[in-house]
Design a binder for this molecule. Structure first.
Ligand SMILES: [Ca+2]
Ligand SMILES: [Ca+2]
Ligand SMILES: [Ca+2]
Length: 419
């Protein structure tokens, strides 16, 4: 990042043919001043070369948190299979580089990605496996290194039907191998009320820099709860690490479940990610058409089920977002759908040309989808992967990792194409 900043900064004076001055990292301050003064004195109608425009564009993109253009190999990455799992759903890396993987039927695996040796972590709660339900997300507490806490989301049976739950426990690893167990397991949050059916749990988890726990809670395919602040379905929630409502939430004064809510009017949110400036982005599955990427704002209503850029599966229309400007409209919407699942905003060093871009797994689209998150968010490229992609993660060394969906699903490591 630092290297690129210097090189682009230095590009402008050279290609403007201003001059005169050698430009490198050691350019003295006095010379910089002189260059700026000369640049300021240039006539407005000066010819600007394409390279200058590129440098200016890079500068503007940097200002918006985007990476400057670089020579990008095509394809930009190569993909290698590391392991296979049964219906994997989510993954997260331990500080030592080993990888926790959830499998929907209710297994938590630990894999040493260097040796490819895999083991199982015992003590996972009983899950309601079926349809879209089962074991879901896994993340680490921000102070995992000292407290060993992992957080799991899953579907559970209860009176009235099923709902998502979140448990936290201390991960106790065996002295050798990749097995272990969950100790002192505590259920810290539940979807309420429980309802029939086995779809749209969402239950994606994310910790922010302040140690708040973000939860996507799907509307369980019931629609209207997404607009009811006393249901925690169809919401994005902001909680403390013990599952209690975080202070400063927008509907705290309404009490009850409303105190958990940060934003509402959501459908099925299978991806949460923070960008370099701390903004929260979430994608959600639309019905027939209308998948969305949303920038999540405090107290905002994202419109479901009143508006959608898609329509109902039976073909009956749902008014589009522009008909109701009071609802927060998506930054990107997809028709036909991509069926988004898994989401990272890249901030590693291994792929300099991916800095600050979002990467979304595609189920129906069987692809990895690259999006830009600047002033004009859009899909910039779609990489066909040949299978449904369930989960995307960034590894400690900056590699991108994907989990395919379904039985006999591959764990794939993406590294830069050096050819
Ligand atoms: Ca993950
Ligand atoms: Ca919406
Ligand atoms: Ca519509």
């Amino acid at each position: 990042m630092r290297t690129s900043r210097l090189s682009v900064t230095c590009l402008a004076p050279v290609v403007i043919s201003l001059s005169l001055l050698a430009c490198d990292a050691s350019t003295p301050a006095a010379s910089n001043t002189r260059t700026k003064a000369q640049a300021k004195a240039l006539p407005v109608a000066v010819h600007v070369s394409p390279r200058v425009l590129l440098a200016q564009q890079a500068s503007a993109q940097r200002a918006e948190g985007m990476s400057p253009p670089r020579r990008i190999p095509d394809p930009p990455f190569v993909s290698n299979e590391v392991a296979r799992f049964d219906q994997p759903w989510a993954m997260t890396f331990l500080p030592d580089g080993r990888l926790l993987v959830t499998e929907k039927p209710g297994h938590l695996r630990l894999i040493n990605v260097a040796t490819r040796q895999t083991g199982e972590i015992l003590g996972v709660p009983t899950v309601a496996y079926g349809g879209q339900g089962g074991l879901g997300d896994v993340i680490l507490h921000p102070q995992y290194a000292s407290n060993g806490l992992v957080y799991l989301s899953y579907a559970e049976e209860g009176s009235g039907g099923r709902g998502a739950a979140i448990a936290r426990a201390r991960l106790q690893l065996d002295a050798s191998g990749n097995s272990g167990s969950l100790q002192n397991l505590q259920v810290i949050w539940r979807q309420t009320p429980k309802v029939s059916g086995d779809a749209h749990y969402s239950h994606r988890l994310l910790f922010d820099r302040e140690g708040k726990l973000w939860v996507s809670s799907g509307e369980r395919q019931k629609g209207s709860p997404a607009q009811d602040l006393q249901s925690n379905l169809g919401k994005i929630l902001r909680l403390n690490d013990d599952g209690t409502p975080a202070s400063g939430n927008p509907f705290a004064d309404q009490g009850g479940r409303a105190a958990q809510v940060w934003s509402y009017g959501h459908r099925n949110v299978l991806g949460l990610a923070l960008d370099a400036t701390g903004r929260l982005w979430a994608h959600e599955m639309g019905p027939a058409g209308g998948d969305e990427l949303n920038l999540i704002e405090r107290g905002s209503n994202y419109g479901w089920p009143i508006v959608s850029n898609g329509d109902n599966y039976d073909g009956s229309p749902i008014p589009d977002h522009p008909t109701r400007p009071e609802f927060n409209a998506p930054e990107i919407s997809w028709t036909p759908v991509i069926a988004p699942a898994g989401f990272v905003i890249y901030n590693g060093d291994l792929f300099p040309y991916f800095q600050n871009y979002g990467f979304i797994g595609g189920l129906a689209s069987q692809a990895l989808i690259q999006v830009q998150l600047n002033a004009t968010p859009s899909e910039v490229r779609r990489y066909p992967m040949g299978r449904r992609i369930r989960e995307v993660e960034q590894g400690p060394d900056g590699a991108l990792w994907l989990l395919e969906d379904g039985a006999d699903a591959r764990l794939l490591k993406l590294t830069p194409n050096r050819s």
